[in-house]
Design a protein around this ligand. Structure first.
Ligand code: SF4
Length: 326
């Protein structure tokens, strides 16, 4: 680990000042400390923001839900409003990491976490994300767990978060606070596809803090849930996953929110699947037909062709779980 200085921010102003000077924010530390140990990350200053007042989950005036950036994954998963209104969020959190990690890791840190591409974490391997311009060892290396959607010649790494898939499906908004004040970024614009600059991963500016993630009000009743397919049943990242939310009234699907994880360089919203659901009556045939579009545009690599079919089946199964079968 490279030497660094450490400071604990007493309030938001102090944190922003330290961030503006190049300090790296840390809260739960479940990602950054690992990466510092492996010398993948080498911040000169680490700023502890865990004491800031960003630990609230509350309803918004617009009828949605605001989850503070420092709410732990475990607290968010167990919160009565999250469980009642958005089971897809609770389930995605409970299927993530381990109980110990969920107690430490925060919602803000979760969506900022970096890829689990093994070449990224091996400082002897070529990696454009870690060392821009060095190449991508995964492109022609062992790429079974890598992305099939949103990839570029520069990077094919997946985004590892589960709850980010739920946030993408529900069309959440990220609240930011920086030297120039507050701003809101739609979740779809917050996490960046790699393109030719895979080292740029979030639409966040120097010194900005995530203060909250806001889930918009959605029509009720709303059924939702998260399905994760992985090599083992706990403490493992997704090969594929599906976040689904459906509003059915009068026997017809009025609203459909669907996104996939484990397959994209960012959580992958599936608007074509959604369009095939809206205005239709739930049925096994509909789930299969809509899910058949889940792999549209996929560009599999040498070792992950199986993900195209697995993605369709994951989405179909989760549509059936959430929407029922008739
Ligand atoms: Fe690096 Fe991305 Fe290639 Fe992995 S896939 S080695 S993170 S550039």
């Amino acid at each position: 680990m490279h030497p660094f200085s450490f400071t604990k921010a007493a309030d938001t102003r102090e944190a922003l000042n330290a961030g503006r000077r190049g300090g790296r924010y840390i809260a739960g530390g479940t990602t950054l400390v690992d990466l510092m140990r492996e010398t993948v990350e080498r911040p000169g200053t680490v700023v502890d923001i865990s004491g800031l007042p960003l630990r609230e989950v509350r309803s918004t005036e617009r009828g949605g839900l605001r989850i503070g950036a420092l709410v732990s994954m475990a607290e968010a998963a167990a919160h009565v409003k999250v469980r009642a209104l958005y089971p897809v969020i609770s389930q995605s959190l409970e299927l993530s990491a381990s109980a110990q990690l969920r107690n430490m890791a925060t919602i803000g840190g979760n969506i900022m976490q970096r890829t689990r591409c093994t070449y990224f974490r091996d400082v002897t391997a070529d990696c454009n994300k870690r060392d821009p311009g060095s190449g991508c060892a995964a492109l022609h290396g062992y790429n079974r767990t890598h992305a099939i959607l949103g990839t570029s010649e520069a990077c094919v790494a997946t985004h590892p978060s589960d709850v980010a898939v739920a946030f993408a499906a529900l069309e959440a908004t990220v609240h930011l606070l920086g030297p120039d004040g507050e701003r809101r970024v739609p979740f779809a614009d917050f996490l960046l596809k790699p393109g030719s600059t895979p080292h740029r991963e979030q639409a966040i500016r120097q010194g900005e803090l995530i203060t909250a993630v806001e889930i918009p009000a959605l029509p009720r009743p709303l059924k939702s849930g998260y399905l994760k397919v992985r090599d083992r049943q706990s403490y493992e990242f997704a090969l594929t996953s599906a976040a689904v939310a459906l509003h059915v009234r009068g026997g017809v699907i009025q609203e459909a929110k669907v996104a996939a994880g484990g397959v994209g360089t960012v959580p992958w919203k599936l608007p074509v699947v959604e369009q095939h659901l809206i205005g239709e009556r739930p049925s096994s045939a509909l789930w299969a037909k809509a899910a058949g579009h889940a792999g549209a545009g996929a560009r599999p690599l040498d070792h992950n062709r199986f993900k195209v079919e697995l993605l369709k089946r994951t989405v179909e199964r989760q549509l059936r779980i959430v929407g029922g079968t008739k």
